[in-house]
Design a protein around this ligand. Sequence first.
Ligand code: ADP
Ligand code: MG
Length: 704
Amino acid sequence: MQSATRTFLSTPIEYLKGVGPERADVLKKEAQVFTFGDLLKLYPYRYIDRTKFYSIKDIDNTQIFIQLKGKIKNIREIGAGRGKRLTAMFYDDDGQIELVWFQGIRWLLKSLNTKDTYILYGKPSVFNNKLNITHPDLEVFREDSITREGGFRALYNTSEKMKTKSLDSKGISKLMQTLIAQLKPEHILENLPQDILSKYKLSDRYNAIKNIHLPANLQLQERAVKRLKFEELFLIQLNLLQLKIIRKREPGILFEKVDDKFHRFYHEALPFELTNAQKKVLKEIRRDTLSGTQMNRLLQGDVGSGKTIVALLTMLMGIDNGYQAALMAPTEILAQQHYAGLKELSDKTGVKMAILTGSSKTKERRQILSAVINGEIDILIGTHALLEDEVQFKNLGIVVIDEQHRFGVAQRAKLRTKSVMLPHVLVMTATPIPRTLAMTLYGDLDVSVLDELPPGRKPIKTVHRYESQRIGVFEFLKSEIALGRQVYIVYPLIEESEKLDLIDLQNGFESISRSFPLPDYNVSILHGRMKSENKDYEMARFVKGETQIMVATTVIEVGVNVPNASVMIIENAERFGLSQLHQLRGRVGRGAEQSYCILMSNHKLTNEAKTRIKTMCETNDGFKIAEVDLQLRGPGDMEGTQQSGNIGLKIANLATDGPIIEEARKAAIALLEEDPNLESPENSGLRYYLQHHKQGANVWRQIS
Ligand code: ADP
Ligand code: MG
């Protein structure tokens, strides 16, 4: 039976009736369809439902094409020249919606009338907070016209080249019909165990594949989609969880005792009480480092949630047990800040620290390297340059990676060469991501969340101001500076328009220097194109309070900590993504004073930019912001989740399929608990499938 499957599905596509050599050629080149099986995996991107009419008042979705029945009124020509358009109102018994045309106006004016009843077919969209339909299909209603193109149909994306061979959506549909007419249940092997199908009420695989292409109605289509999404997400979860199981077999260094250094710091040097969230996470880390297996933990915590202290205490646990620690930051500025911040604390505990960066002098560098390999340094701080071969430890026990989301396979492999045993790894990120997304992107890691800010923080006040209000904004800055506070002014810098952006930044700097003149005011400037020593110099001046204003690009985004800075101005705020805005805002609000974030923009804003700015003004909660970001942009574009674009989802959507992700993970956990090696007969279909679909299943190996 299994070989029958293989032969039918692996039949070359030219053997399908209606394909032939030329079409086969474009199918292969344009759609990677080589076999019958490949064609079945060409899923529709949308369905049209011409089986029913919507009521205008029920329109709540702008994703699908719908069919309406009603009349037209208020036909009007608006504007002139290129902005010319035709509008009309379409109404049924209990609602109305605007129609808009930009082309064919003259003909439409002649042919549309306000007497006939029309059948309208089109896709609603939102414009200026109102629903409308642009360029709808209209036909005068006659009893027999309802079913003319009727039914429930799948639509396929195809390319220009495919279209020249009549392989447009309709053409693909025809091929699908031919193929599915020959498709038998034994051609499609079930890959999910029966009890999962019944527990989650999933359609079997054969029917799912049939109905994703040729559903008779909405219910069957929905069932097919649900089943295939579940399957896709389940296989990912299985892969991630297996990876996690393999990792857990990696012997881990034991941090058996909590001793002198930890206690001295905790009881004598720690200037505040830990938050409950910090305590909870430390317990989780303690459990990991006592488990005998290697820790791979991701710590998510909003900006200012106090990740550094957690990192330090973790490193002290290692040091108390005779191990060394490494702390890696993404930039040199941040590494310096960590060094400066931890130095004072470590002095009180007698921990020996060193920092190694690109600008360390050769001699000093050599000294540090030899002290590290001789075990004279307890904590080595630096950038990712710490992974270079020349850096060798005597006995590295814990690596903390700050402001990163993932630690790549290549980097992980490097860690093996650093010391005798594989050290524990704690990765920290200030980019919170929604839980279900984390399950997919970091499903192989243990995840901790710092979901509480230290007490006494005043929430940052965020406002939106237009260019026309700049004078008022500058007055406000002057009053804050008079109170002794400092200010960041951030400009966007996008690689594609880097030159223009740098000019903007320079102009901004000059205009600010004019509005805030010497000797009363000192202004710093910082951007990625500056020499490293100049950057350090400017940053140091700002940290020391010698300058009151820091004009910068997003280089100040991650981790920088200047508690006295209380105002963050973001220029052209509409050009930043939500998570980046949130990160930038996190640079203020670190001291006891009330802090402010001012989002500057001009009046022209897209709807999406408006939503972003509004969200920022409404909440300081990084997880809420991440949720909106996910809905706005889809997971592929979210900051820190660029990898998700590579995981090759064909049908599931990480932004909207949260509930299915949860189910799939639950099912995968339960299955692996019972049958970790997939040996039982119930799981034979799954095992067979995994053996024959190795490619693609392992994308995770590259990024985890
Ligand atoms: P982030 O999570 O963004 O890296 P930091 O570790 O830099 O945050 O902490 C932000 C600030 O909060 C620091 O000044 C730190 O000393 C302070 N902090 C951390 N934990 C606490 C706490 N439990 N109580 C009071 N202040 C704290
Ligand atoms: Mg930090």
